[in-house]
Design a protein around this ligand. Structure first.
Ligand SMILES: [Fe+2]
Ligand SMILES: [Fe+2]
Length: 267
């Protein structure tokens, strides 16, 4: 039975050098999986690829990943193109899920997009989160001299673009798949966006869940009823499991700063 390691919100920049070495050692000591899937917030700013190459060297299996908001801090969302180019040119099986599917094993494919809090759910314009989220200080596209309305428009448009890329990745492998694993950083449904045991409020849902991703997943699950869709996401750091249709399951992976870990999933 093929085994995967699935993780989100590793935040490896929170480990000191000794703990980082111990983390890599702990990975080497385990029975390796077929592949490792990582759903964003790997490090800070441009560190993600360096960390991924370290993990790949330690475990020696392919890695498939998307990026989270922290992976763009001190930088810009436009860096996704640069990171994609770098991932494609390194001589290691480290794959940034962007706009194409990859075959994992027998009739099982993995696709993904970063995802973003796309201001689709909740009440973005009146949200109390504006002054409290680091994203607005540390991500270039969100911090220049834009009005609240312009930022909402930008986030919604980025959400729509990513949802279209996800759709096209799924279409291109659907005829060969009976299972599609979807990686994305931000939970696609309010029911998968949990904070302290409760669904996030309308103030926080705009930035912690992705409506365009959720709508697209429902559309794809209905269009392809014979395919099982398994979504893995993170961002809230709090576990949730939501099954909106009988062929679509969304797992929000729990996480704790300074304690990076992977879940073992068997198929
Ligand atoms: Fe995170
Ligand atoms: Fe995040």
């Amino acid at each position: 039975m093929p085994k995967l390691w699935v993780g989100a919100d590793l935040h490896l920049d929170h480990l000191n050098r000794l703990d980082y070495t111990a983390f890599k050692g702990s990975l080497m000591a385990k029975q390796p999986p077929e592949a490792i899937l990582i759903a964003g917030d790997i490090g800070l700013g441009g560190q993600a690829l360096g960390y991924l190459l370290d993990i790949q060297r330690a475990v020696d299996v392919p890695i498939y990943f998307v990026l989270g908001n922290h992976d763009f801090y001190c930088g810009a969302y436009v860096a996704d193109g640069y990171i994609r180019n770098c991932a494609e040119t390194v001589h290691a099986p480290v794959h940034y899920l962007f706009d194409r599917p990859y075959k994992l094993f027998d009739k099982t494919y993995v696709v993904g997009v970063d995802g973003i809090g796309d201001c689709g759910y909740g009440a973005p314009l009146s949200s109390e989160a504006w002054g409290m989220l680091n994203d607005f200080n540390w991500i270039h596209e969100l911090r220049h001299d834009l009005t609240r309305e312009e930022r909402v428009e930008y986030l919604q448009e980025r959400g729509r673009i990513q949802a279209r890329r996800l759709k096209s990745s799924v279409h291109s492998c659907a005829s060969m798949a009976d299972r599609i694993i979807v990686l994305t950083h931000v939970p696609p449904f309010p029911q998968s966006c949990i904070h302290r045991g409760k669904q996030s409020s309308p103030s926080w849902l705009p930035f912690f869940a992705s409506m365009y991703m959720g709508d697209t997943l429902i559309e794809l699950a209905r269009l392809y009823p014979d395919i099982q869709f398994h979504v893995y996401c993170g961002h809230t750091h709090e576990f949730a499991r939501y099954e909106p249709t009988n062929n679509l399951i969304v797992h929000t992976l729990g996480a704790e700063y300074e304690h990076p870990k992977f879940e073992v999933v068997k198929y």
